[in-house]
Every structure is written in structure tokens, then in C-alpha cells.
Design a protein around this ligand. Structure first.
Ligand code: ATP
Length: 379
């Protein structure tokens, strides 16, 4: 990590539409940094992913992992291609290995509607969603990644792992996020999503949550089963503030959350650990639209905004937080007129149209100085 004034970013464009959304993302970061000033970032672009595996026999070379570990933050686009697989048939997913290796237990998935963009639900309250799903990202069922077994072509097993150490860190992080949001006017409520009525591992998960809740009594704590949560996320998603869950459940529910705000191309994320963090859109490499110019870069931009805010907090450098808020506000402004509609929402705005609109909006927001009340994705 940097000891100089400059903060270092490891850039992993990856596969499929990854490089298509990463290039404009670096452009918009540059634009907000130069408007705000007092920001110095160095970018180190490194190789990982399915194409890297195909070409070099290694999906996550040591030098890439070293660069990621040493950087102040990691900006990752998308990895994996369905036609490039490991011999056991699983897809190449070094983004999972990075989460495990660096202990990035808190997968922060904001579900925030962009004002002016229609969502799939008719209720007007669903057009103004603002809650956060936190997906544990280093254990749960994903702990079995690469370790599943098949016995005699008869039965297969993948084992779920829940540890006290990681769960406590996860819940402490989640209560703290709920507290920050409460200070910004949200309800201050954390929901533990589990299946404690059926599985010992989830009963353990819930009991640790309850213990943490007693130490965080300023935040309302409640529980919900994952099946009921899936129902409620469609029926009345506006009731949530912060919800925390296991890795596999979080994987599924965060795609549901993405659908509520317009699709995978709108949904940003961060995977945060004690000293490292990856910022990455929720979507994958989207092989079906590679090279078509249809990839929506918004989720990538909003992930970069989260990165700038996180860097600002970590290093106590308000300019970075301001740049993140400027980028989020510019995305909102770009979509506010209703004429910018990405392909995945049935419109005709592709990568370059969205990028140009956000670049123009950065200038408009900055010149108009209407940034004051803008909160970032993490709050
Ligand atoms: P992964 O398993 O790696 O999460 P996935 O198989 O769930 O990936 P995605 O790549 O996330 O699939 O894509 C799911 C669908 O959403 C695809 O139809 C894809 O075209 C669309 N999609 C994903 N990202 C974007 C984007 N940025 N812009 C437009 N459409 C997207």
C-alpha cells in the first residue's frame, strides 16, 4: 500500500464486457478527480480471468495477486467465460479467490433506485428504493468452491462453513453501516437473513447475530428467513434498510436486488475486508453482449464511486469522498431526464452514450455546485 501521497489502484478489467466498462470508468474517475482536485491516483493494470487462464494456464498469476494485495484498492470489472472452464467443469472465477485470499468478508450491495429510471414494480415506493444487502463473501456455501466431491458418480457434496470469527466481523461491519445510514436519515435497522429453522449452520449464524445485536442496541435488529425475504423483496422492498446474509443467499438476493433497480448493469458492489477492498459491478462478463456496444457501464461507475468514498474514509482524505459523491450525483443527473435508457431496460443507450452523458453531467453537477447533500452508495 502507498506510503506516498498518491493512492494506488490495481485495475483488473478481466473478461467479456469487463474491459468495455473498465476503460470508460477510468475516464470518469479521471474527470471527477480533476474537477475536485487534491486527488492523486496511480493505476496498475494487471491480468486475471478466463482469457488469462486460456493463454497462460493461470487465472490469477502471482504478480496479479501481489499487485492486488499491495494496492490501496482494487477495481475489478468482470471475470469468467462459459466456454473456458477448469477440468472439473466449473467456471474460472479468480474474483472469488481474491475475496478468500484477502479476507474480504463484507460484500456491500447497495440497492438504490436511480431517480427517473423505471423499475419493474408499479408501486411508486419501488421507484425510490435505498437499502443495502451485505453478502458474506469468504465462506458460507462458497467455502466449498473448488473442494466439492463426487463419490462414485453416485452423490456429490459441497459443505457450508460458518465461523464465529468471520460472522462477528460481518455483523459488526453491518451494524456500523446501519449506524452510518441512521446518521444520514435512514431507519437504523439491520435484518439477518438466514434459514435458521432448518440448518444448524444458520442457527449458529443467527445466534452470533443476536449476540452482536445486544452490543449494538441503538440499531433495530431483526431476522427473516431467506424464502420470505425473496417474497418480500418483490412485494415490499422499501421496508428494508440493511440486510446481512450468507454468501450463497447473498449471491442470489443481490441479483434480485439488481433487478429492482434496472438490471445487472445498474448494480454496484464492494467486497471489504480489514485492510483490502475490491470494487466491482455485480454483473459478470455478459458474453451475450460482448463487442455489441450495449454494455451498461453504470454499475462500474457506481462501484468506482464507492471506491473513492471508501478511500476517503480509510485515508481521511475528504477530497476522495467528494469525488465519489460527485460521480454518484453525475450518474443520477445523467439519467434524470428520462432520455438515457440502457439496452437492458429496453432503451438504446449503449456504453459510449451512457459514458458521454455521465461525463457531461460531471461538469453540470460540479458547475452547479448542487453536490452538497449527495450521499454515496455506502450510506
Ligand atoms: P456471473 O455468474 O459471473 O455473475 P451471470 O452468468 O450471472 O454472471 P451476467 O454476466 O451477470 O451473468 O449477465 C446476466 C445478464 O445480464 C445477461 O443477459 C447480460 O447480458 C446482462 N448484463 C450483465 N451485465 C450487463 C451490463 N453491464 N449491461 C447490460 N447488460 C448486462
Amino acid at each position: 500500500m502507498s506510503s506516498s501521497n498518491s493512492l494506488s489502484i490495481a485495475v483488473l478489467p478481466g473478461d467479456g464486457i469487463g474491459p468495455e466498462v473498465m476503460a470508460p470508468c477510468l475516464e470518469v474517475i479521471d474527470a471527477v478527480a480533476s474537477r475536485v482536485g487534491d486527488i492523486s491516483l496511480t493505476f496498475d493494470q494487471v491480468d486475471a480471468g478466463a482469457a488469462c487462464y486460456r493463454d497462460h494456464g493461470d487465472a490469477l498469476p502471482n504478480e496479479t495477486m501481489d499487485a492486488a494485495r499491495d494496492a490501496d484498492a482494487i477495481l475489478l470489472a468482470a471475470m469468467g467465460m462459459p466456454d473456458i472452464r477448469y477440468p472439473d467443469g466449473t467456471e474460472i472465477a479468480p474474483q472469488l479467490d481474491i475475496r478468500f485470499e484477502l479476507g474480504l468478508y463484507a460484500g456491500v450491495r447497495p440497492v438504490r433506485s436511480i431517480p427517473g429510471l423505471p423499475g419493474p414494480l408499479a408501486d411508486p415506493r419501488a421507484q425510490a428504493l435505498d437499502f443495502v444487502l451485505i453478502r458474506e463473501s469468504t465462506e458460507g456455501l462458497f467455502a466449498s468452491h473448488g473442494k466439492g466431491t463426487i463419490e462414485d458418480d453416485r452423490e456429490a457434496r459441497d459443505t457450508m462453513v460458518i465461523t464465529r470469527e468471520v460472522s462477528e466481523k460481518l455483523f459488526n461491519f453491518s451494524f456500523e453501516l446501519a449506524r452510518k445510514r441512521k446518521a444520514a436519515g435512514h431507519r437504523g435497522c439491520l435484518t439477518c437473513v438466514d434459514k435458521a429453522n432448518v440448518f444448524t449452520s444458520f442457527a449458529f449464524f443467527r445466534s452470533i447475530f443476536d449476540q452482536c445485536a445486544t452490543r449494538n442496541s441503538d440499531i433495530l435488529a431483526d431476522h427473516a428467513y431467506v424464502d420470505a425475504t425473496a417474497l418480500n423483496l418483490v412485494r415490499n422492498p422499501w421496508v428494508y434498510d440493511v440486510a446481512v446474509t450468507e454468501n450463497m443467499f447473498g449471491d442470489i438476493l443481490s441479483d434480485l436486488g439488481a433487478a429492482l433497480i434496472g438490471g445487472m448493469g445498474m448494480a454496484p458492489s464492494a467486497d471489504i475486508g480489514d485492510s483490502n477492498a475490491v470494487f466491482q459491478p455485480c454483473h459478470g462478463s455478459a458474453p451475450d453482449i460482448v463487442g455489441s456496444g450495449k454494455a451498461n457501464p453504470t454499475a462500474m461507475f457506481l462501484s468506482a464511486a464507492m471506491m473513492l468514498e471508501w478511500l476517503g474514509d480509510q485515508h481521511e482524505r475528504p477530497a476522495y469522498g467528494k469525488a465519489g459523491a460527485l460521480l454518484t450525483a453525475a450518474v443520477d443527473k445523467a439519467f434524470s431526464g428520462g432520455s438515457l435508457v440502457p439496452f437492458e431496460l429496453g432503451g438504446e443507450s449503449g456504453t459510449s452514450k451512457v459514458t458521454n452523458a455521465v461525463l457531461a453531467a460531471i461538469d453540470q453537477v460540479w458547475d452547479g455546485s448542487d453536490l452538497v447533500a449527495t450521499m454515496g452508495n455506502m450510506r
